[in-house]
Design a protein around this ligand. Sequence first.
Ligand code: FMN
Length: 201
Amino acid sequence: MDNAAIFKLSYGLFVLSAKDGEKDNGCIVNTVQQVTTTPNRITVAVNKGNFTCEMISKTGAFNVSVLSTDVPFDIFKRFGFQSGRDVDKLEGFEDYARGGNGIIHLSRYANAVISGKVVDTYDLGTHILFIADVTDAKVLSDKDSVTYDYYHKNIKPAPQKTEKKGWRCKICGYIYEGEELPEDFICPICKHGAADFEPIE
Ligand SMILES: Cc1cc2nc3c(=O)[nH]c(=O)nc-3n(C[C@H](O)[C@H](O)[C@H](O)COP(=O)(O)O)c2cc1C
């Protein structure tokens, strides 16, 4: 099987946000898609280790900010490379607003916001698939949406030269030092699996 075929699938990139009591949080995901129009339903797959997954499992509601091509790498670092369990991701951040459901969404670097109310979940092992009714949706700008491909080619910084030997995460640049990368290895920074690692040349 040629795993490279999987990388030919195209994805968008999003900030998936939630609110539990006074706690606001969000993480980067690439797994949002519309699955039916009547009713208007979307799905999103979220790693069980993510705080955002725990929050949505508990509250059953979220917003999706559809990232646009003006988004800087800092947004990925803020929402995708650290956990809301350890930090307040909104500290020092002003580019957000609240939707009618009280949950934050990006007010800049996103061309649309879609609100979801969870109607079902599916346990995928490592991830939970949330199936949600679209309860609100708003266009914020006419800029193009970011695709995963665009992120890799235009947003993510080029890998730094290193003396280290091992494997580099293609998503965030984390380096695993060692001859063999364990098959079940999960990147501690961005939670992507072994398939998203490449050997350091
Ligand atoms: C480009 C990119 C794509 C990502 N896609 C997903 C995804 O589809 N599902 C997921 O659960 N995590 C994904 N992540 C990882 C989470 O954003 C990351 O683990 C985040 O730190 C979790 O934060 P939290 O613990 O506050 O929820 C992605 C990260 C990046 C940088």
